[in-house]
Design a protein around this ligand. Structure first.
Ligand SMILES: Cc1cc2nc3c(=O)[nH]c(=O)nc-3n(C[C@H](O)[C@H](O)[C@H](O)COP(=O)(O)OP(=O)(O)OC[C@H]3O[C@@H](n4cnc5c(N)ncnc54)[C@H](O)[C@@H]3O)c2cc1C
Length: 533
C-alpha cells in the first residue's frame, strides 16, 4: 500500500511530467526543476465565468499543472454557448458556424485539445450558407462557390465583373487562418513567416475589400437582391473582408456545425476540464476581485464567501469584469474609449423567437432572410427578418415537428429601448412582438398557417440577465472600416495577477476568440512565471 505522502509525491511527479510535456508542445518550455518547484507548491487560479473562454482557460491551466476553480453565476456552465428546452423542444442559442472544423488548422487543434471536437465528430450536412429573398426573387450562397457564381450571374448579368471579383476573392480568403498557437505579441519571426506563407492570398483580399464595409460592398452591385444579401447576414457596419472571410470559412468546410449543437459541445469541454481535475462551482455569482495593493488575493462571492488564489482570470463579459468586478478602477483609456463610442465600436444583439412547426408544412431548410410588412420594435420599423430551421436535429423536437427560430438584429440603441421598459410592459411587448413575427412568417410561408406555435422569445435583456452581457451584446466590438480592430492582451494595468480572458479581448469576438483567449491567458501566465522564476 502507498502511504498518503508517497502517493502525493507520485501524483506531483506525474503532474510535473504532464506539465513539462504540455509546455514543450506549446513552445513555452520552462525547466523541469521550475515546474517541480511550482507543482510541489501548486499555484491556484480562480476563473470567473464558465463560458467557452473560462472552460478553455480552465483546461489549459489544469494541463499546465495549476489548481483551478471556475465560479459560474448560473446553474449551468456555457454562457452564451447555450441551449435550453421548452415544451419538449430544444432551442439552440449559439453555433451558426464554428470556425476551426477543418482538421489541418491550428484552431482545430485547440478545439480538439479542449474536447470540443474529435477526429470523428459529425457535422451537420448542409450545402448552404444562407438564402435571401426579395419579394419572389431569391439567391442562395452555396458552400460550392462555383454554384453561387453561376446563380448570381444568371440573376444579374450586368454585375458580372463584381460577381466574378467577389467569388475570386472568397476563394483567396479560404487560406485565412486565425493565429491560434500563441498570442500575436508572443510570436517570433519564424511564426510570422509561417503565417505569411500559409495566408499568401490574403493581402489580395485586404487590398480589394479591406477599406470598405458591407454597405459599400452592396453599393458596388446593381441588382437589388445582391445588394440585399450583402447586408442581410452580418450587420452592415462589418468590414467587407469579415464577410468574405466568413463565407470562405464556410465554403472551405472550416466553419461547420457539430451535431448536437452548442450545449453538447460545451458539455464535452466541461467533461474534459473535470476529467483533468478542474473544479466548477455553479450558482456562484462573483461580487468582486479582492485586492491588496497591486495584487489580487482572490474573489468575493455575492453570498459573502471569500476564496483565495494566486491568479484571477475574468472570463466574463468585459463590462462586467471592468465595471463591476474591478469596480471601474482599472478601466484604461482604450476600454473607456471603446465603450463610450458606439459609432466607432458598435455592438449588436437580437430579438429572437423559437417556434414549433409541422415539418410537413415547411419544404425549406437552413437560414432564410425575407422582407415583411412592418414590425415595430421600439421606435424602429423592421422590414426584414430571418428564420432558421433545425430539421437536421431530429432529437430536438417531437416526431413530425421541427424548431424554427426567427431573428431581428438589434443595436445598442435598441437595448436602451428594452432597458427602459418595466417588467409588465416588457412581458406584454415581447408577447405582442412574437405574435406579429409569427404572422409575418405565415405571410411569407402560408403553408405554415395553423401549424406554428410559439415556444420562447428572448431579447438583449435576456443576455444581460443571463450572462451579464454588456447591453446584451452577442459578441465583442465590431470592426469598422475606418477603425483599427480592437485587440488587447487582457492584462490589467495596476494589478499583477488579474487577466481579462474572454471573447472581448479581440474584435469581433465569437467562439474562436473565446477559446483562444483562454489558452493565451495561460500561456501569458506561464511566460511570466518563466521570466520571474
Ligand atoms: C445568438 C448568438 C449566436 C452566436 N453565434 C455564434 C456563431 O455561430 N459562431 C461563433 O463563433 N460565435 C457565435 N456567438 C458568440 C459566442 O456565443 C460567444 O463568442 C462565446 O460564447 C463567448 O464566450 P465567453 O466565454 O467569452 O463569454 P460568455 O459566454 O458570455 O461567458 C461568460 C460567463 O461568465 C458568467 N458570468 C458573468 N458574470 C459573472 C459573475 N459576476 N460571476 C460568475 N459568473 C459570471 C456568465 O454567466 C457566463 O457563463 C453567438 C452568440 C449569440 C448570443
Amino acid at each position: 500500500m502507498l502511504t498518503g505522502a508517497v502517493y502525493k509525491e507520485l501524483q506531483n511527479s506525474l503532474q510535473c511530467i504532464r506539465r513539462y510535456l504540455y509546455q514543450k508542445q506549446s513552445g513555452l518550455l520552462i525547466s523541469y526543476e521550475q515546474n517541480q518547484r511550482e507543482i510541489f507548491n501548486m499555484k491556484k487560479i480562480i476563473i470567473v465565468g464558465g463560458g467557452v473562454s473560462g472552460i478553455s482557460a480552465g483546461i489549459y491551466a489544469k494541463k499546465a499543472g495549476f489548481e483551478v476553480v471556475i465560479f459560474e453565476k448560473n446553474q449551468l456552465a456555457g454562457g452564451q454557448c447555450m441551449g435550453w428546452n421548452r415544451k419538449q423542444h430544444h432551442i439552440d442559442n449559439c453555433i451558426h458556424w464554428l470556425t476551426g472544423t477543418k482538421k489541418e488548422t491550428s484552431l482545430w487543434n485547440i478545439w480538439n485539445e479542449v474536447g470540443a471536437i474529435e477526429p470523428d465528430t459529425e457535422y451537420v450536412k448542409s450545402e448552404k450558407f444562407f438564402t435571401t429573398y426579395v419579394g419572389n426573387e431569391q439567391v442562395t450562397l452555396w458552400k460550392n462557390l462555383d454554384r453561387t457564381e453561376q446563380e448570381l450571374l444568371a440573376l444579374s448579368p450586368a454585375d458580372e465583373t463584381e460577381i466574378k471579383k467577389f467569388i475570386t476573392h472568397v476563394k483567396y480568403a479560404t487560406c485565412c487562418e486565425m493565429p491560434a498557437d500563441k498570442p500575436m505579441d508572443m510570436m517570433g519571426i519564424k511564426d510570422y513567416l509561417k503565417m505569411g506563407k500559409a495566408m499568401a492570398d490574403m493581402p489580395k483580399v485586404v487590398k480589394e475589400y479591406g477599406k470598405i464595409d458591407m454597405q459599400d460592398l452592396a453599393n458596388r452591385f446593381k441588382h437589388p437582391v445582391i445588394k440585399t444579401f450583402l447586408t442581410d447576414y452580418l450587420p452592415k457596419e462589418y468590414t467587407a473582408t469579415s464577410f468574405i472571410v466568413s463565407y470562405a470559412t464556410i465554403a472551405s468546410g472550416n466553419g461547420d456545425v457539430p451535431v448536437g449543437g452548442s450545449l453538447a459541445m460545451v458539455n464535452r469541454m466541461l467533461k474534459k476540464y473535470q476529467d483533468l481535475g478542474g473544479f466548477l462551482s455553479c450558482n456562484s455569482p462573483v461580487k468582486k476581485v479582492c485586492l491588496e495593493g497591486n495584487l489580487a488575493t482572490g474573489i468575493e462571492l455575492v453570498d459573502g464567501n471569500i476564496h483565495k488564489a494566486d491568479y484571477v482570470l475574468l472570463a466574463t463579459d468585459a463590462g462586467e469584469a471592468l465595471e463591476k468586478l474591478l469596480a471601474n478602477k482599472y478601466t484604461d483609456k482604450k476600454w473607456q474609449k471603446s465603450f463610450s463610442d458606439s459609432r466607432k465600436y458598435p455592438l449588436f444583439s437580437g430579438v429572437q423567437m423559437a417556434f414549433s412547426i409541422d415539418k410537413a408544412t415547411y419544404p425549406y431548410s437552413g437560414t432564410i432572410f425575407f422582407d415583411c410588412k412592418t414590425v415595430q420594435v421600439g421606435d424602429k420599423n423592421v422590414n426584414r427578418m430571418s428564420v432558421k430551421s433545425f430539421e437536421y436535429e431530429t432529437e430536438w423536437a417531437p416526431a413530425g415537428k421541427i424548431v424554427l427560430q426567427a431573428n431581428i438584429l438589434q443595436y445598442d440603441e435598441d437595448y436602451e429601448y428594452w432597458k427602459s421598459l418595466d417588467e409588465k410592459t416588457y412581458t406584454m411587448i415581447k408577447k405582442k412582438l412574437a405574435e406579429e413575427v409569427r404572422e409575418r412568417i405565415v405571410e411569407k410561408f402560408p403553408s405554415l398557417k395553423g401549424y406554428i406555435e410559439l415556444l420562447d422569445c428572448w431579447t438583449p435583456m435576456t443576455y444581460e440577465r443571463y450572462c451579464n452581457s454588456y447591453h446584451g451584446a452577442y459578441m465583442g466590438f465590431i470592426t469598422r472600416k475606418d477603425v483599427k480592430p480592437f485587440r488587447v492582451k487582457g492584462t490589467v494595468k495596476g494589478i499583477k495577477n488579474v487577466y481579462l480572458a474572454s471573447q472581448w479581448i479581440q474584435s469581433p469576438g465569437g467562439l474562436p476568440v473565446a477559446v483562444t483567449a483562454g489558452k493565451f491567458t495561460i500561456q501569458r501566465i506561464l511566460r511570466k512565471s518563466t521570466v520571474n522564476g
